[in-house]
Design a protein around this ligand. Structure first.
Ligand SMILES: NC(=O)C1=CN([C@@H]2O[C@H](COP(=O)(O)OP(=O)(O)OC[C@H]3O[C@@H](n4cnc5c(N)ncnc54)[C@H](O)[C@@H]3O)[C@@H](O)[C@H]2O)C=CC1
Ligand SMILES: O=C(O)[C@H]1O[C@H](OP(=O)(O)OP(=O)(O)OC[C@H]2O[C@@H](n3ccc(=O)[nH]c3=O)[C@H](O)[C@@H]2O)[C@H](O)[C@@H](O)[C@@H]1O
Length: 483
């Protein structure tokens, strides 16, 4: 029986391994982590991450050929294939701070593999890493004194949160990069055999190591670039009276452009787009390519611009101040169908409003009060360190009394001057906006950062509506977009 061990039981390690276990009953899969509470949650009825369909997959295999454990060394030692799916956040200090990937967790995992292994293994980079990381990992692994041979593969993950199970069941492609030696090709074949249990051959792409590593960074950069492009257009639409949805629809009909990833928003979030682009920028700079670095940096700059543009709209519309005004924040996760808040645009929008002394009443169906409070006090880039490794930041940009986390949208909006919709949860589409309007201060404002509401209907009710990239209300027309 082939034994697989995955180091890192997070958003990628957990779902990916659960699906491998489900699709390959003859493979034994152990997912290991140093974070004991997370492993305990994987072994309970309350899984540590919210992902549609995940419970079902885990229930079918856990205890049969899928195991979650904190005994990292034992499972690594026994495995034939070791996936490494630890976090690779942006460095917060030292060389490359604010851009380069922090490979501390990866390096410590590699050293541990070298220390405990007693037999040859295939080591798979599942985490997103800078191009050429495999070279460094090879050096660490080959410095064991036991003569054990390791083959490194790059097998980046392309799942998106909220649709992870669907993406894993039916991936657009599986990418495997390896050394172009007979041993490297043998390792590629061993991993191919695993995926081939449910993914058709034509969707399994094999490349050299560096192409696979770079393709992952490139894919995220291209996806994020589309969002920044459409968000840049949204600003121009507001200035000219064009409607960004109509523009997206019109350009997306061109088969060379395609319709996906053209939804304008308050900004992209998530643990990876910004991190991976900044990492790409750093790699370009290190390779003496400042123009290329600047090109990609602009994608992040537009994203920051979109978030601050949104905050400025809110403040400018509400008579240039939100001081002591109650603002309801509907949605805090970085997208619907996940409880993940890493790099969610809600953090920057909330911080912007708090600096202007707003009083926030926040509701998200999947994010806990603890998580929201922690996110609003964290320093930038510390968000991607697992909670048990997060540094504590004693200074905060707001007073705790300014933020309340509540249990539903009606409570959040009661007595509020304005509403900001920051995540596109389906339930926000079917709220009773007549009731909400009655219970708000007047004039009642709504700022839709996600195209959740029917703006015309809400205007009929009496709301002053701002919907990103859409023709502006008469009220908003003369307000400056950026204060
Ligand atoms: N979140 C996502 O949707 C996607 C993430 N990725 C990439 O996958 C990697 C992992 O991402 P996530 O799963 O979101 O991270 P995560 O933070 O949810 O999980 C990483 C886990 O690794 C554990 N860990 C760290 N060092 C360890 C060690 N030495 N031994 C054992 N466990 C250790 C941490 O405790 C944590 O539970 C990152 O490189 C990310 O860029 C790639 C595609 C999608
Ligand atoms: O490397 C990763 O971590 C993953 O990053 C993204 O997945 P994810 O961040 O989970 O979710 P997306 O659906 O890509 O959304 C990212 C952000 O962009 C925003 N978005 C997305 C699409 C769009 O048209 N407009 C838009 O603003 C979303 O609301 C969200 O805030 C990629 O889609 C995955 O392929 C990749 O594996």
């Amino acid at each position: 029986m082939v034994k697989i061990c995955c180091i890192g039981a997070g958003y990628v390690g957990g779902p990916t391994m659960a699906v491998i276990a489900l699709k390959c009953p003859s493979v034994e899969v152990a997912v290991v982590d140093i974070w004991d509470k997370r492993i305990a949650a994987w072994n309970s009825d309350q899984l540590p991450i919210y992902e549609p369909g995940l419970d079902d997959v885990v229930k079918q295999c856990r205890g049969k050929n899928l195991f979650f454990s904190t005994d990292v060394k034992k499972h690594v030692k026994e495995a034939d294939i070791v996936f490494v799916s630890v976090n690779t956040p942006t460095k917060t200090t030292g060389l490359g701070a604010g851009k380069a990937a922090d490979l501390t967790y990866w390096e410590s995992a590699a050293r541990m593999i070298a220390d405990v292994s007693e037999s040859s293994k295939v080591v798979v980079e599942k985490s997103t890493v800078p191009v050429k990381t495999a070279e460094a990992i090879e050096k660490i692994l080959s410095h064991n004194s036991k003569g054990i041979k390791f083959q490194i593969l790059s097998n980046p993950e392309f799942l998106a949160e909220g649709t992870a199970i669907q993406d894993l069941f039916n991936p657009d492609r599986v990418l495997i990069g390896g050394r172009e030696t007979p041993e490297g090709q043998e390792a590629i074949q061993a991993l191919k055999d695993v995926y081939a249990q449910w993914v058709s051959e034509d969707r399994i792409i094999t490349t050299n190591l560096w192409s696979a590593e770079l393709s992952k960074l490139a894919a995220n950069a291209f996806l994020a670039q589309r969002i920044s492009s459409v968000n840049a257009m949204s600003a121009l639409c507001e200035a000219t009276g064009a409607n960004v949805s109509q523009v997206s629809h019109a350009i997306g009909k061109d088969t060379r452009i395609g319709p996906k990833f053209l939804n304008t928003s308050v900004g992209f979030g998530g643990s990876c787009f910004q991190k991976d682009i900044l990492n790409l920028v750093y790699i370009c700079e290190c390779n003496g390519l400042p123009e290329v670095a600047e090109y990609w940096r602009q994608v992040v700059k537009i994203n920051d611009y979109q978030k601050s543009r949104f905050v400025n709209r809110v403040v400018a519309s509400m008579f240039n101040t939100v001081s002591t005004k109650k603002i309801a924040i509907l949605g805090f996760a970085f997208k619907k169908d996940t409880g993940d808040t890493r790099e969610t645009p809600a953090i920057d929008v909330c911080k912007g409003l708090l600096v202007d002394k707003a009083e926030l009443s926040i509701y998200d169906p999947q994010v806990t009060q603890d998580q929201i409070q922690r996110d609003l006090t964290l320093r930038k880039f510390d968000w991607d360190h697992p909670i048990h490794l997060q540094p504590v930041n004693p200074t905060s940009c707001f007073n705790v009394d300014q933020v309340k986390v509540v249990r539903d949208a009606y409570e959040a909006t009661k007595g509020a001057h304005g509403i900001c919709i920051l995540t596109e949860w389906d339930e926000f589409k079917s709220l009773d906006y007549n009731k909400i309007y009655e219970n708000m201060q007047k004039p009642a404002f709504i700022f839709d950062g996600r195209y959740v509401i029917d703006a015309d209907k809400l205007r009929e009710i009496g709301f002053i509506v701002f919907s990103i990239g859409k023709p502006l209300d008469a009220w908003l027309k003369d307000m400056p977009a950026v204060v």
